[in-house]
Design a protein around this ligand. Sequence first.
Ligand code: AMP
Length: 555
Amino acid sequence: MPHHYPLIAAISIGFVLALVFGALALRLRMSPLVGYLLAGVFVGPFTPGFVADARLAQELSEIGVILLMFGVGLHFSFKDLLSVKHIAIPGALVQIAVATLLGMGLAAAMGWPAGSGLVFGLALSVASTVVLLRALEQRNLVESRRGRIAVGWLIVEDLVMVLALVLLPALAGPLGGNAAAGHSETFWMDLLLTLGKVAAFVVLMIYGGTRFIPWMLERVAGSGSRELFTLAVLAIAMGVAFGSAALFGVSFALGAFFAGMVLNESEFSHKAAEDSLPMRDAFAVLFFVSVGMLFNPAILLSDPLPVLGVFLVIVAGKSLAAFVIVLAFRHPLSTALTISASLAQIGEFSFILAGLGLTLGLLPPQGHDLVLAGAILSILVNPLLFMAIDRLQPWLDRREGSKDATLHEAASEPVTLQGHVILVGYGRVGSRVGAGLIEAGVPLLVVEYSRDRVHELQRQGLHAVLGNAAGKEVLALTCVAAASCLLIAIPDAIEAGQIIGHARRKNTSLRIIARAHSDAEVDYLRQHGADLVIMGEREIARGMLAHMQQAESVA
Ligand code: AMP
């Protein structure tokens, strides 16, 4: 029966198993990634039982890539992108060259011809968007200087891979593969055409996209329909990604990134990010499931040494190259460590490249299997690398005087406050509360994840920390143990519950006042330890009633 509905089977079984294994992994104090990958191995063709459609699973996971890159674009302006070009372009190019050479060396040691080595090396040189962005997001690093460098680096890698995918067929003959696949004479034409299309895409997005797309989103927002707004957000992300891949030959990821970036200035970019969040997270999980599906565990036994070699090229060789390059550009040690950990893995592009190599007769099947094994192993250890950096963080902070080292870089200086009020969220609710407290002279510290708002507050000389308050690391910078009161003025009750949990553990006498939008949320937040929960809708009703009563008494 499930075979009649391969799409539903892939999505539902993927979600259910990922949830079960992810929760189990978390229980065992491991990264949920381990669980998602295992879930994939379970539904993959190499283990008994149900086998999901691997092609479908991969296609679904591309939706995760598209939405992730769209989300990153929403927090990125073209200026931000240009500001990291001095490091991202040479960094990515040198790192790709080093990793490719290492891969070629490994291939030569296995007795493969140089052409195979080149494809193999290229496949090992490119990091996975999903793995990188998830790691950065979990640490609130996407908007930090190092996060921006990593994203810029990723985009350069992405462009190089787009070129590689187009040029490989033309080069297949001279490199020793299927000569019939393409004509080497067309190499320069193909190169020029691809570069021309990428350039046309960028120009079109910058000059046309920046005008049309925000205008359209604002019109839809003006219609007042939430449903249409969400639909518009998804249509923009998916439509631009697909359209740019189909028309200009750029990757889905790059198309989606630009779609987000042209919306960056729009006042609706935050809401757009929020709207695409649940779908994005769910489909990013399917990415890991699909990687697990491709993995054949037997290779660990049949080819242990080549697997180890591939693993070392990805995790040690590539990251060492990135580390040295970042330091050579005089960036702090913590930046170098974060960038190299971010890049110490491979993923979707490597599979596409290895698959193409296989069809062009450039890569032996063993090479394809090794790339897959390298991907799953490097993705598995990636959270450990980040954990190691987290451990080193206090030392790095001391060493670097907390300049770029903290989660929110120069945007928030570490402060020492006592008896202060912590206000989380400075939007419609928080800014009104904040204004009142400032007027009353109450010592205040704001936590906000909107960079612009934090900068504005800091310009006014106020204490403001940039980051998601639900992260323990962010809360640790608010001197919560010495605070008198915590006001949570954000609309998301689940995040508010997490914030309350962390804060309560650090300060049992803290007075916590939270915001809710339903009776269930009120109960939920009180159970988590809020002293008082103000329900928005109840207050609006009260305000209306009071107004009516006053009007009647006047009449
Ligand atoms: P509003 O709903 O208009 O009161 O806006 C809520 C504000 O809280 C916005 O400015 C958001 O940027 C901010 N915000 C929402 N969630 C968080 C969070 N977890 N950490 C920090 N700021 C947040």
